[in-house]
Ligand binder design. Structure first.
Ligand code: ATP
Ligand code: MN
Ligand code: MN
Length: 309
């Protein structure tokens, strides 16, 4: 499919109808990936990435001068984001509200690139029903020394634990070191219930194998262990979106995979802006086929099953 990008006279470019300044700016020096390359990358996979992001409040990791310069995690990027990218006011503590950006179109997504966003981190709920998450994320964080085989083992055993609660989990590489298990939910429970539920599941899983696992943030508890990070599931917390890039060496991308693709040869940073399109064009079906249909509520029965009142 031909790209809709073009260069304009002034040295600016346009991708998916969004104006890009400094298109030649190198964002990933090791790969020579420029701002224009990244915008075209997202345009070329917009059918995959937009459903992951659409209508979710976003936090961004912005690195306006590229990933080896200064980067900052931003919840409220304000002026840096082109005005055409939609915003939503969300209630915060003490009767205040604050503004979050969200995306609906490929142009909006390119607008985030225009602002130097090298990572995109959505909420687990949509702006239409902000208080009720429609996904849970279990973030498997290996400490140094924990091998890939161990990460795979924990992903599979946690998948089974969730199955026993009649919840289906889907797995993705993070582009970093670990894996994320993502559970589709019917948006019924609130954030406090979602966090309490995921905490209970993570703690029960860790307690069954305390030498190798922990659900505690504490540095000493984590040492030598794999940390089951359930803290992605609180109101205002985020996890990186599927099919989005990480501000790390190699321009890696977080990528959904099928359970039977998890093997010794896969790695958390296996896919990147260079090789992802080849994977996508070779796929016979969405590796997360059936994701939405698998959604179940965190109802009283499930909360009770893990000891949450
Ligand atoms: P890895 O596989 O290397 O752990 P990851 O994306 O899971 O990759 P984590 O460090 O475990 O990285 O972070 C989990 C999530 O926490 C991120 O995806 C992001 O949404 C959120 N996060 C990261 N940095 C910040 C930050 N500075 N402030 C708030 N939330 C953050
Ligand atoms: Mn992680
Ligand atoms: Mn984490």
């Amino acid at each position: 499919k031909p790209s809709t990008s073009r260069r304009t006279k002034s040295g600016e470019a346009q991708v998916a109808g969004m104006r890009l300044t400094h298109p030649e700016r190198v964002l990933f020096p090791e790969q020579g990936v420029t701002k224009l390359d990244l915008a075209r990358f997202y345009e070329s996979i917009h059918e995959w990435v937009l459903p992951q992001l659409a209508r979710r409040p976003l936090s961004l990791v912005r690195c306006p001068q590229g990933r080896t310069d200064e980067c900052f995690f931003q919840k409220h990027p304000r002026v840096a984001i082109p005005a055409s990218v939609p915003r939503v006011e969300i209630a915060e503590k003490e009767n205040r509200t604050s503004e979050y950006v969200y995306v609906e179109t490929a142009a909006d997504l390119v607008g985030l690139v225009q602002a130097g966003a090298l990572e995109i981190h959505p909420w687990g709920s949509r702006i239409d029903d902000i208080e009720h998450p429609d996904i849970l994320v279990f973030d498997l964080d290996p400490s140094p020394g924990v091998g890939w085989k161990e990460i795979l083992r924990v992903a599979r055993t946690l998948h089974e634990r969730l199955e026993s609660l009649e919840l289906t989990s889907f797995v993705r590489t993070t582009g970093g070191k670990g894996l994320h298990l993502v559970v589709p939910l019917e948006p019924k429970a609130d954030w406090d219930q979602a966090k309490a539920f995921s905490k209970a599941v993570a703690q029960q899983h860790a307690e069954a194998d305390p030498k190798r696992l922990t659900a505690s943030m504490s540095k000493t508890k984590r040492e030598g262990r794999l940390f089951i990070d359930y803290l992605r599931n609180g109101r205002g917390n985020t996890a990186v979106a599927s099919y989005t890039v990480r501000a790390r060496e190699g321009a890696p991308v977080a990528v959904p995979v099928r359970w039977d693709e998890l093997n010794a040869a896969l790695r958390a940073d296996r896919y990147n802006t260079d090789n992802l399109r080849r994977r996508l064009s070779a796929l016979r079906e969405d590796p997360w086929e059936g994701f939405r249909q698998a959604a179940r509520p965190l109802d009283a029965k499930r909360l009770k099953a893990v000891g949450v009142k």
